[in-house]
Design a protein. Structure first.
Length: 105
């Protein structure tokens, strides 16, 4: 995929609970949020509520999976991969980063 086919997301912000108040009153300065996927795994009802609230506030969400252990000698954790896939299905992000490529859904 060439870069012209990727969506332009604008200015993003890494979501942290401490930033909730700012995010709730943010204007168009913040156009999308990066969520550390590992903080929402497994995707419990409480986690889904938080993600739904952020999405309802018109923020596209882009999950960032930090626990893939890419480059390590450890095997991939299949349970983690499945949880990450479930989270991606819940969030429906405009971009999904996979170890081999970036794609727009």
């Amino acid at each position: 995929m060439n870069k012209e086919a990727l969506p332009i997301l604008g200015i993003g912000l890494g979501y942290r609970v401490d930033l909730d108040e700012y995010i709730n009153r943010a204007d168009s300065t913040v156009e999308w949020l990066e969520v550390v996927a590992d903080e929402f795994l497994p995707a419990t009802a409480s986690h889904r509520q938080t993600l739904a609230r952020l999405e309802k506030a018109s923020f596209p969400l882009v999950p960032h999976g930090v626990g893939l252990s890419l480059g390590s000698i450890s095997a991939m954790d299949e349970a983690y991969i499945h949880q990450l896939q479930e989270l991606v299905e819940v969030v429906r992000p405009p971009l999904v980063h996979r170890p081999s490529r970036i794609r727009a859904p």
